[in-house]
Design a protein around this ligand. Structure first.
Ligand code: NAD
Length: 263
């Protein structure tokens, strides 16, 4: 018998085909198959570690930037080396096919851009770049850490500590990025959620806004979310399992075969 997630994936393929413009909202779950752990999956449980949350806050960074870097890089060493997953690549194909209004991501790993997507709003910023806390000079943080792994990284001009361009707990939310995300949503007829627990405010404003405007909501996430009951479609499966079905439904599989890939 065909497992139910397989049938649901076919339904999602049909929904994507009939949608005019899709806004993708992605969370840490899209990158777990690239080897970067999320925070809220039951087995990782990092979210319950109060000391860690304090360390990863704006105050924790100011207090001890060396420990901040040591812990964050120990938690996500792959953030410097990871490669995009089949789900990142599917979204890039949707963009090139003119179906995507954009990607709103909570992730800081830069994998959407590495997959070739261009219209990406990083609402929690990115670990790939940083700025000097003293003179505000910007730099490629990944490159800097690769060349010189001493922590914390320091500005080559003034010697001050470099802060990654991520939104830390306690930092101000980038309101302009949220406004842009809402604008993209309003031009869309489907909000497609890939790998997010939809539990971090104000990200939850996007599914709320979609529902209030009769924009369809489709969710692919291993764990249940508070929005499952209101969604047009919910799939509780690994993204890596359903992507080949979506590639076939959307006609991307043939092009991939031509390249000798299954994806
Ligand atoms: P989240 O709230 O988006 O939750 C991740 C969800 O993904 C979980 O509910 C889990 O069930 C699901 N999931 C895991 N693997 C999956 C898979 N293969 N297929 C489908 N679903 C899968 O994210 P979070 O972990 O709670 O993190 C919150 C914040 O922490 C993020 O908004 C981000 O700023 C930061 N973070 C970023 C990264 C990254 O950049 N890759 C990683 C960890 C945390």
């Amino acid at each position: 018998m065909t497992p139910s997630w397989q049938l649901q994936a076919e339904s999602l393929g049909a929904l994507l085909k009939e949608s005019r413009r899709v806004l993708a909202l992605t969370g840490a779950g899209i990158s777990t198959e690239a080897g970067i752990p999320d925070f809220r999956s039951p087995e990782s449980g990092l979210w319950h570690d109060r000391d860690l949350m304090e360390l990863l806050s704006a105050r924790g960074f100011r207090r001890d930037p060396k420990r901040f870097y040591e812990r964050s890089l120990a938690m996500m060493p792959q953030v410097l080396t990871a490669r995009p997953t089949s789900a990142h690549r599917l979204l890039t194909r949707l963009e090139r096919a003119g179906k995507l209004s954009g990607i709103v991501t909570q992730n800081i790993d830069g994998l959407h851009q590495r997959a070739g997507s261009s219209n990406v709003l990083e609402i929690h910023g990115t670990y790939r770049t940083g700025h000097c806390a003293g003179c505000a000079a910007g730099l490629d943080l990944v490159e800097k850490l690769r060349k010189d792994p001493s922590l914390p990284p320091r500005c080559e001009f003034c010697g001050e500590v470099i802060k990654p361009d991520i939104v830390l707990f306690g930092d101000l939310i980038p309101l302009d990025v949220y406004a842009a995300a809402s604008g993209l949503l309003d031009q869309s007829d489907l909000l497609l959620v890939f790998g997010s627990s939809l539990s971090v405010a104000p990200v939850t404003e996007l599914p709320d806004r979609a529902l209030a405007r009769n924009i369809k909501l489709a969710i692919v996430n291993l764990e249940p979310t508070d929005y499952d009951r209101a969604a047009a479609l919910v799939i509780r499966a690994k993204l890596g399992e359903i992507i080949p079905i979506l590639n076939s439904a959307l006609g991307f599989a043939k092009a991939l075969e031509g390249l000798g890939r299954r994806d």
